[in-house]
Design a protein around this ligand. Structure first.
Ligand code: ADP
Ligand code: ASP
Ligand code: MG
Length: 405
C-alpha cells in the first residue's frame, strides 16, 4: 500500500516525539508499505512566529508572513528525516517548493492548484521515505505561500490524491473525530466513521481536528481518510462517503469557533445596492464573510448591517468597513471581538422539524443571548458571547443526547 501519514504539531512537539514518529513510520515501511510523511511545525511554533511579527507591526505584509511561517515546518521535516535515518532507513526531506506544490497567490490562505510530485515518486522508487513540509507551497512567481492555519492536513490529502495513495492517515493528539471537542465536553463520543459532508461541515464550523480544505480534497478525489492518535494504537475515525448503513442522526455533532469577530456598520441609508457595495469591497480583499444580518432601523430609513469575518482578517475588514461607511454616509462602525459561533451539525436535520427551535430554547433557558443565526439543511449556527462558549457546547451536547451511542 501507499500510505500518506500526517503528523500534527503536538505529535512532533520535541525531539522525543519526533523519534517516536520516526519509529511509527519505519514500522509501517517494515510491513511492506510505501510511506510518505507530512509534518507540521512543532506545536506553538507557528503562533510564536506570528507573535514576533506582531511585535514589529500590527498589520504585517502577507507575503512576508508566509516567508516567516513556512520556516516552522522546515525544522520538523529535517529533524524527522534525520530521526528516520538514525533508525537505519533511507529518508529525505522536501519543502513545498521541492515537491511542486503549486498554489494561487493569495498569501496566508493560498489554495493548492496542482502538485508536480516527480521528486516524491523518484524518492519512493529509490526506497526513501519522503518527509514533506505541510502547510506550504509556491505560487507562479516562486513566492512561498501558506494554506491557512491547520493547512498541513490539506497538504497530506492533496499529496494522497495526486499520488492515488491507498490511505491518508492524520495523526493528532486525540483518538479521532468526536461528537464535539473532547477537551470541552468530557462525555464527547468518538465516532467510528463520519461522512465527508458532515466532516466538512464540522471542520468549516470550527472543529479544528481537520482542515476544511483537506476534507474537500478527500471527498472530491475519494481519498480514504483516517484520523487517529500518534500517542497510541486506537483505531481512530474513518472519514468516508455516506453509505446506507450510516444512521441519519438528526444532530451528530456540536462545533465551536472562537476565531471570528462581528463587525457592524450602523445606520446605513436603506437603498438598493448597499449590500453589494459593502461586500464587493470586502471580497476584493480576499476576505470571506461568514454570517450577515441586516436590521431595519426603527425609523425605517436606515439599516444596521452586521457580518462576521475571521480574526485574522478583522483589521483589514474593519478598515474597509470604515471607508465604506464614510462613503455611504452611515453612522459609523463597531467591532465585537468577544464572540463565538456555536453550531449543531447533522445530515438528518433536513427531514426533522424543530431542531433549530430546540437549540434556541436551550440557549434561552441558559440565559445565553443569541446575536446572529444562520441555518442550512445540515446545520444551525448561533453567534453568542464568547464567555458562554463552553457552557453552550456542553448543554447542546446534553440536550441532543450525543454522549449515548
Ligand atoms: P494537530 O496539531 O495534530 O493538527 P489540532 O490542534 O489542529 O491538531 O487538532 C486537534 C484538536 O482538535 C484536538 O486536540 C481537539 O481539541 C480539537 N477538536 C475540536 N473539535 C473536535 C472534534 N469534534 N473531535 C476531535 N477533536 C476536536
Ligand atoms: N503549522 C501550521 C499551523 O500551526 C499548519 C498546521 O499545523 O497544520 O497552523
Ligand atoms: Mg491541525
Amino acid at each position: 500500500m501507499l500510505i500518506v501519514q500526517k503528523y500534527g504539531g503536538t505529535s512532533v512537539a520535541n525531539t522525543g516525539r519526533i523519534k517516536a514518529v520516526a519509529e511509527r513510520v519505519v514500522a509501517a515501511a517494515k510491513q511492506g508499505h510505501q510511506v510518505i510523511v507530512v509534518v507540521s511545525a512543532m506545536s506553538g511554533e507557528t503562533d510564536k512566529l506570528i507573535r514576533l511579527a506582531h511585535e514589529i507591526s500590527d498589520r504585517p505584509d502577507d507575503r512576508e508572513m508566509d516567508m516567516l511561517l513556512s520556516s516552522g515546518e522546515r525544522v520538523t521535516i529535517a529533524l524527522t528525516a534525520i530521526a528516520i535515518q538514525k533508525l537505519g532507513h533511507k529518508s529525505m526531506s522536501f519543502t513545498g517548493r521541492q515537491v511542486g506544490i503549486i498554489t494561487d497567490s493569495v498569501h496566508t490562505k493560498a489554495m493548492i492548484e496542482r502538485i508536480e510530485a516527480n521528486r516524491l515518486k523518484i524518492a519512493l522508487d529509490e526506497g526513501k521515505i519522503p518527509v514533506v513540509a505541510g502547510f506550504q507551497g509556491i505560487d507562479e512567481f516562486s513566492d512561498v505561500t501558506t494554506l491557512g492555519r491547520g493547512g498541513s492536513d490539506t497538504t497530506a490529502v492533496a499529496i494522497a490524491a495526486a499520488l492515488k495513495a491507498d490511505l491518508c492517515e492524520i495523526y493528532t493528539d486525540v483518538e479521532g473525530v468526536y461528537t464535539t471537542d473532547p477537551r470541552i465536553v468530557k462525555e464527547a463520543r468518538k465516532l467510528g466513521k463520519i461522512s465527508y459532508d458532515e466532516m466538512l461541515e464540522m471542520a468549516s464550523l470550527g472543529a479544528r481536528v481537520l482542515h476544511g480544505r483537506s476534507v474537500e480534497f478527500a471527498k472530491k478525489y475519494n481519498v480514504p481518510l483516517v484520523v487517529r492518535s500518534s500517542f497510541n494504537y486506537a483505531p481512530g475515525t474513518l472519514v468516508v462517503k455516506e453509505d446506507e448503513d450510516m444512521e441519519k442522526i438528526v444532530v451528530s455533532g456540536v462545533a465551536a469557533d472562537k476565531n471570528q469577530v462581528r463587525i457592524t456598520i450602523m445606520a446605513v441609508p436603506d437603498k438598493p445596492g448597499i449590500a453589494a457595495s459593502i461586500f464587493n469591497e470586502i471580497a476584493s480583499a480576499n476576505i470571506v464573510v461568514d454570517m450577515i444580518v441586516q436590521n431595519i432601523s426603527s425609523d425605517g430609513n436606515a439599516t444596521d448591517m452586521s457580518f462576521t469575518v475571521s480574526k485574522a482578517d478583522s483589521k483589514k475588514a474593519l478598515e474597509i468597513a470604515k471607508s465604506v461607511s464614510d462613503k455611504l454616509g452611515a453612522k459609523g462602525v463597531n467591532m465585537n471581538t468577544d464572540v463565538a459561533k456555536v453550531s449543531i451539525v447533522g445530515v438528518g436535520m433536513v427531514s426533522h422539524f424543530g431542531v433549530a427551535a430546540k437549540m434556541f430554547e436551550t440557549f434561552a433557558k441558559e440565559g445565553i443571548n443569541i446575536m446572529m443565526i444562520s441555518t442550512s439543511e445540515i446545520k444551525v449556527s448561533c453567534v453568542i458571547d464568547v464567555k458562554h462558549t463552553e457552557r453552550a457546547v456542553q448543554v447542546l451536547h446534553d440536550i441532543f443526547g450525543l454522549a449515548a451511542a
